[in-house]
Design a protein around this ligand. Structure first.
Ligand code: ADP
Ligand code: ADP
Length: 220
């Protein structure tokens, strides 16, 4: 059976970091809508320019744009055995669309991870976050520094600070998360899909908790 996983959690909770590690472990792709939008912007596509109007303000990109992009990505051959969604769904309407898309594939969600973390820790993580230009690999100046300052350990490309990781945009993104995305946790809990994860552990310990939760789920 294909494995489809979702990461919910506020900006800076560690979704991208963990989704990449699980993708490597499980050999299924990570689908980060944030990364897809940033790639569109880099390529200067119409979608990228439209999305950036929202991203720079810390608002959500409209559902129809986001869902269309995910539908497209999921039709690629590498998603046949599953995928790990990082930062999608973020609204009730996106959650419904995801159910429909998976339904059309004869698939269902395996589990939804909700990563818990305090607001204080989020701000520390977001202000120190640096990502690489080439592939979006994630580092932190203090908590997960690259071997060589300013360069990605994996592909050598330049590390930069995202525009939307400035403090005022960060606060708006956290507010938007609480208002529009956090309610999805109880939605998935009611459906028996939710696994709560303590996001304040070390990067390695969070991955262990995720793998343990998946193994426990398989035993049921
Ligand atoms: P983070 O990892 O910090 O949560 P992302 O890289 O996932 O941030 O997203 C960056 C921005 O891209 C969001 O603030 C939002 O503007 C836009 N975005 C990403 N995913 C979605 C989505 N599923 N729906 C709407 N907008 C999105
Ligand atoms: P999200 O995708 O949820 O926005 P990221 O995975 O980009 O979060 O992580 C945000 C920042 O926090 C990054 O700089 C990352 O290196 C760092 N980070 C991620 N997980 C941890 C952790 N468990 N402990 C300390 N720092 C972390």
């Amino acid at each position: 059976m294909a494995t489809y996983l979702v990461f919910l959690g506020p900006p800076g909770a560690g979704k991208g970091t963990q989704a990449k590690r699980l993708a490597h472990e499980l050999q299924i792709p990570q689908i980060s809508t944030g990364d897809l939008f940033r790639e569109h912007l880099r390529q200067e596509t119409a979608l990228g320019k439209r999305a950036n109007e929202y991203i720079k303000k810390g608002e959500l990109v409209p559902d129809e744009v986001t869902v269309g992009m995910v539908r497209d990505r999921l039709s690629a051959a590498d998603c046949a055995d599953g995928a790990i969604f990082d930062g999608f769904p973020r609204t009730a309407s996106q959650a419904r669309a995801l159910d429909e898309i998976l339904d059309e594939k004869g698939a269902t969600l395996t589990a939804v991870f909700c990563v818990d973390i305090s607001e204080e820790e989020l701000l520390r993580r977001l202000t120190g976050r640096r990502v690489c230009r080439e592939n979006g690999h994630i580092f932190h100046l203090e908590f997960n520094p690259p071997e060589e300052a300013g360069a990605c350990d994996y592909d050598g490309s330049e590390l930069y600070q995202r525009d939307d990781d400035k403090e005022e945009t960060v606060r708006e993104r956290i507010r938007v998360y609480q208002e529009q995305t956090a309610p999805l946790c109880s939605h998935y809990d009611k459906r028996g899909k939710l696994v709560e994860i303590d996001g304040e552990q070390s990067i390695e310990a969070v991955t262990e908790s995720l793998l343990q939760a998946l193994a426990d789920g398989q035993d049921e």
